[in-house]
Design a protein around this ligand. Structure first.
Ligand code: ADP
Ligand code: MG
Length: 253
């Protein structure tokens, strides 16, 4: 199907251990899907496998982005084709300023030989930073180096808005955020919701979903999606924890 991010029977291993065991879900453009699941269920593995992290081996299945196989693309091609991942643990890149990093990423999206308009770029970046409540000093600092947890998460969202992806995966972007920062981040995401874009929001806690209200909620357990529902499923998980999901899975095994 085109106009979807379609994950089909995805299997992946790390160090020979199978972590994703046949995971399937489809995010149509225009929708926000949430993935919830206990720690260690494979949420970050899914995110990193899609982004092309070299520690993970894809052993089966596929991910089609608007009908194109993600696994046939190099990592930078995935990004240029419109895939974006906000990391649970953003990397620090010493020696590369935030502004230069974003500028290079934007330049890489232009046709061969075309130069980025620096004035327009800075104007846009400053406007986006203002919206996210980021001080301008962050443009000159090395990417994420010495940033607090919350500052790193805001910086991930800044990257997302500047790169304007077709599909954005946010891996526990809420973790480490106080309530005010959470609202800022949620506002940044909500402002980007559009019929032209799909979101996959990974979270351990339902709190984020009070602010980014999902269309669909999936529960990931032991490397598979074991339940799919609406927003109320997240509330049930919040109230009752994950044990009842585990019990259901084991009862059906
Ligand atoms: P979640 O994000 O749902 O908490 P992860 O995807 O991070 O879960 O981890 C799933 C499982 O895979 C865990 O048991 C974790 O220890 C293991 N795992 C993930 N990445 C690695 C890695 N690079 N090396 C070894 N084990 C890993
Ligand atoms: Mg994780």
């Amino acid at each position: 199907m085109s106009d979807t991010l379609e994950i089909k029977d995805l299997k992946a291993t790390v160090d020979g251990h199978e972590i994703l065991k046949g995971l399937s879900l489809t995010v149509p453009k225009g929708e926000v899907h949430a993935i919830m699941g206990p720690n260690g269920s494979g949420k970050s593995t899914l995110a990193k496998v899609m982004a092309g992290h070299e520690d993970y081996e894809v052993t089966g299945g596929s991910v089609l982005m608007d009908g194109e196989e993600l696994f046939d693309m190099d990592v930078d091609e995935r990004s240029r084709a419109g895939f974006f991942l906000a990391f649970q643990y953003p990397l620090e890149i010493p020696g590369v300023s935030n502004a230069n990093f974003l500028r290079a990423a934007r330049q890489a999206r232009l046709p061969e030989g075309e130069e980025i308009d620096a004035v327009a770029f800075y104007k846009e970046m400053y406007a986006r930073m203002d919206e996210l409540g980021m001080d301008r000093k962050f443009t000159g600092r090395s990417v994420n180096e010495g940033f607090s947890g919350g500052e790193k998460k805001r910086n991930e969202i800044l990257q997302m808005v500047m790169l304007d992806p077709k599909y954005a995966v946010l891996d526990e972007t809420d973790s480490g955020l106080d309530i005010d920062a959470l609202k800022v981040v949620a506002h940044g995401v909500n402002a980007m919701r559009s019929p032209e874009r799909g979101f996959l929001v990974i979270t351990h806690y339902q709190r984020l979903l009070d602010y980014i209200v999902p269309d669909v909620v999936h529960v990931l357990f032991d490397g598979r999606i074991v339940k799919t529902g609406g927003k109320d499923l997240a509330l049930k998980l919040e109230a009752e924890g994950y044990d009842w999901v585990k019990d259901e899975v084991l009862a059906n095994a």
